[in-house]
Design a protein around this ligand. Sequence first.
Ligand code: NI
Length: 168
Amino acid sequence: MAVLPIITIPDPVLRKISDPVERVDDAVVKLMDDMLETMYAAPGVGLAAPQVGVLKRVAVIDAAEDGQPPNPIAMANPEIVALGSTTRLHEEGCLSIPDVRVEIERPAAVTVRYIDRAGKEQELAAEGLLATVIQHEIDHLDGQLIIDFLSRLKRDIIIRKFKKQARS
Ligand code: NI
């Protein structure tokens, strides 16, 4: 396993739509394992493949509470198949936008269908932080970022700041 470099804004890769995984082969398993190691090293609770420069629909998540045993989840082709009717407000961060937090209201519960590390189809009913992180990571696979939930003015201020940092 390897810790991979994490891409930050304004890298245009983060705005691309990722391609579905055709088969969970050795290369995809290695990607999942490297992404998990990268996520834990960061540390973070989720990571999507575009954040390490790979435009494939792969995401890894561990939304276990502090003090709980680790709960690594690796997903290929995650797809939301049901949304709860209530919402949850959470201040989200993103490893690709360091030191920025955005309060986002999303459905509080989701059911996600995906292919697991063993190539098996899974369906997972999630709520709380896990539901939030699943939606955040799927957004990445569609080129969407937490700053898209801000007003255009606030978003532009953040993008300008990161462009300036990238130049220096
Ligand atoms: Ni993120």
